[in-house]
Design a protein around this ligand. Structure first.
Ligand code: MG
Length: 162
């Protein structure tokens, strides 16, 4: 890349993740525990929202994805608290001189209803990312017309600025 390549003072990133529900494991979403009969299966704690947050930040930084940073076959990440991954992505972001402008997330899942937990998830994410709650948006949708009753999907967009 030539030295004169223009570099705007903002970067955008998107993240996507999906995990299947499975009985008998705790449900972790956005870094909090939610009472439910099923949790999200995965090598780590299966926190689909935090994984998409990581990918959005890493995407904005053009640093690959969560699997490159935390290989799913690595035993040290078995049942890991996914907040570890977000903290690391956030550290990389800060070290590269970027700040979070805002984050907008959509969760798509049939159950459970997330309304009662939305503010806790926002507050937890704001703390993880050292951001004001006003910059963190969490939306929840049911998968109308999609055959996803046993899957949770998360989509996240972040805007970073210098
Ligand atoms: Mg994942």
């Amino acid at each position: 890349m030539p030295a004169s390549h223009p570099s705007p003072p903002w970067r955008i990133g998107t993240g996507f993740d999906s995990h299947a529900f499975a009985p008998g494991i705790p449900l972790r979403l956005g870094g909090i525990s939610i009472p439910h009969a099923c949790g999200l299966a995965g090598h780590s704690d299966g926190d689909v929202l935090l994984h998409a947050v990581c990918d959005a930040i890493l995407g904005a930084l053009a640093l690959g994805d969560i699997g490159a940073l935390f290989p799913p076959g690595d035993p040290q990440w078995r049942n890991a608290d996914s907040r570890i991954f977000v903290r690391r992505a956030h550290e990389l972001m800060r070290a590269a001189g970027w700040s979070l402008g805002n984050l907008d997330a959509t969760l798509i899942l049939e159950h459970p209803r997330l309304g009662p937990y939305r503010e806790s998830i926002r507050a937890g994410l704001a703390e993880l990312l050292a951001a004001h709650m006003d910059t963190i948006s969490i939306k929840a949708k049911t998968p109308e017309g999609l055959s996803w009753p046993d899957t949770a999907v998360a989509q996240v967009t972040v805007l970073l600025y210098r």
